[in-house]
Design a protein around this ligand. Structure first.
Ligand SMILES: [Zn+2]
Length: 231
């Protein structure tokens, strides 16, 4: 099973190389997406996650280095799980389950829940990047430090809808940028501010703006909100 995003919104990208350097945000988004898909698929098929292997296929497309998620059966003569997952109808259904669209799903609910029935903070508030409840397991130990369920969810939304807003407006992103901005700009001795709704910091000589990890750094492909902040 191979899955890639063909159509990207303006200013959004997950190119594997940016300015000749590895783009950690793209790796993070793609691996998170892959492991998230595997978790949903394993539940659906009632199999153990280790029966499916997840990886990235990196290829050059129209002069750009892009990544695709692949999934294969772990056993050489596998039961054909990955072929089944790769059928358009099954993939659509798995992606919808991740995104809680069109109906809410237990998988999505557990990810984006802010508060439980007792008023205690739930996963969306407790998990800044990844944890055993969302993405981490023993088999993906090597990737724990880059896994981020918010990026995985963003990728699933994009896979379903090329016009999905990839910014800080989804409820599960709210507060994340501000929480990162406060200690970050304090450490740099910059004065925190917001520009067009984006957290930023100012020193005597420069202004730094915090952007969504999937926003492009290419000046010719700027997200409209970033463009508005810069101009
Ligand atoms: Zn988590």
């Amino acid at each position: 099973m191979l899955l890639g995003i063909q159509q990207w919104p303006v200013g959004v990208s997950a190119e594997m190389l940016v300015g000749g350097e590895a783009n950690i945000a793209a790796r993070s988004a793609l691996y998170s997406f892959g492991f998230m898909l595997r978790r949903v698929a394993a539940v659906r098929l009632d199999i153990h996650e280790r029966e499916l292997k997840v990886g990235l296929r990196v290829l050059q497309l129209a002069g750009r280095v892009v990544g695709q998620v692949f999934m294969s059966d772990s056993l050489e003569r596998g039961a054909g799980y990955s072929s089944h997952i790769g059928t358009p109808a099954e993939m659509q259904s798995l992606l919808e389950s991740i995104c809680g669209l069109p109906q809410p799903s237990t998988f999505n609910d557990a990810l984006v829940l802010q508060q439980d029935a007792h008023g205690h903070d739930a996963h969306a508030r407790l998990c800044r990047t990844s944890c055993p409840d969302c993405l981490r397991d023993y088999s993906n130990l090597a990737y724990h430090n880059i896994l981020d369920w918010r990026l995985g969810l963003d990728m699933a939304r994009l896979a379903l809808d090329p016009a999905a807003p990839i910014d800080f407006t989804p409820a599960y992103w709210q507060g994340i940028s501000a929480a990162a901005a406060a200690p970050y700009f304090a450490a740099l001795n910059m004065t925190p501010m917001t520009i067009q709704g984006l957290n930023a910091g100012q020193s005597a000589t420069e202004v730094e703006i915090l952007i969504h990890p999937l926003w492009s750094l290419d000046p010719l492909n700027q997200h409209p909100q970033l463009q508005a902040a810069i101009s």
